[in-house]
Design a binder for this molecule. Structure first.
Ligand code: CCH
Length: 301
């Protein structure tokens, strides 16, 4: 198996915390990265798309994806339409590879996703190093990332391919509390909640209200772009059809209600699911340590 995390090449916790700090400070400093300021949401999406190509049913390491090989740096995977907009995040992180020449793309991108979530107020995410850059031949085929125009059956099947349960998939999509859709990247437009640089359970409190005519509910947006929902109150928030799937399916809806009622419940389930996402398809030796990074705030107090 080529996707075994290396122990020989890895560095101390202190060094990875230093990289975390460099990323966190760069996010703070470059506060004109996007409409909402922070590069954080883009970096979370970069981590997820580097890992989200994984296919648990495919035993061929050349095609079965995952975050290990950092293969989004190549043009086929990087050029997959689903990865539009992520070159910006990859470029943002490029200086770190110059500074830490031993660091792999896969470790950098996943660590950046973890750092972004924690710095934006999200839960602590355990992280393990040891990914290695793989060659072009290891790029996952295009089309392995999810289609936002689909409904509940598709979403369930898609995340089953990544080895996730209903609860895990709902928790993971809660990351849409961050950031926004960009017409220039996906064709969709707008943020999911009013605080797109704060990691909270806002996606679920908004989504929970469902489609309808009432206060805070959602209607189909009338525009030339792809089918998406718009909130009745402000007409400034959005939901994708694949987000709305989570209130259309009764099993998903029950979980959405739980996470809308309790941010703690959401955090408790999001953190291990995100770690699993970033580690899918990688074999970690028993001795490999899990790191839990301190936020910049925690280090300054
Ligand atoms: Fe997502 N996401 N995502 N998403 N996503 C988009 C943006 C973000 C889907 C579609 C889209 C996850 C699951 C799904 C983020 C994290 C996660 C966009 C807009 C689309 C479309 C891209 C653009 O235009 O820039 C679909 C479909 C699914 C599953 O069904 C999961 C899982 C995660 C992480 C755990 C984040 C963060 C963003 C905001 C990015 C930004 O630049 O603001």
């Amino acid at each position: 198996n080529v996707k075994v995390a290396t122990l020989s090449d890895i560095h101390s916790f202190k060094e990875y915390q230093q990289i975390y700090n460099d990323i966190a400070k760069k996010i703070e400093e470059e506060d004109d990265f996007d409409v909402d300021g922070s590069a954080g949401p883009n970096l979370v999406r970069l981590a997820w798309h580097s890992a989200g190509t994984y296919d648990k049913n495919d035993k061929n390491p050349h095609t079965n994806g995952g975050s290990y090989g950092g293969t989004m740096r190549f043009s086929k995977e990087g050029g997959d339409g689903a990865n539009n907009g992520l070159a910006k995040g990859r470029e943002f992180l490029e200086p770190l590879l110059k500074k830490y020449t031993w660091l792999s793309h896969g470790d950098l991108w996943t660590l950046a996703g973890v750092a972004a979530i924690q710095e934006m107020g999200g839960p602590k995410i355990k992280w393990r190093p040891g990914r290695k850059d793989l060659s072009e031949e290891y790029q996952a085929p295009n089309g392995k990332l999810p289609d936002a125009a689909q409904g509940p059956d598709y979403v369930r099947k898609f995340f089953n391919r990544l080895d996730f349960t209903d609860r895990e998939m709902v928790a993971l999509i809660g990351a849409h509390t961050l950031g926004r859709c960009h017409v220039t990247s996906s064709g969709y437009d707008g943020p999911w909640d009013f605080a797109p640089t704060m990691f909270d359970n806002g996606f679920f409190t908004q989504l929970q209200k469902g489609v309808g005519k009432g206060e805070g509910q959602w209607h189909l947006r009338k525009w030339d772009g792809p089918e998406q929902y718009e909130d009745n109150n402000s007409n400034s928030l959005m939901m994708l059809p694949a987000d709305m799937a989570l209130v259309q399916d009764p099993k998903f809806k029950k979980i959405v209600d739980e996470f809308a009622a309790s941010q703690e419940a959401f955090f408790n389930e999001f953190a291990p699911a995100f770690q699993k996402l970033l580690e899918n398809g990688i074999q970690f030796p028993k001795e490999s340590k899990e790191f839990v990074f301190r936020t910049l705030d925690e280090q300054s107090s």
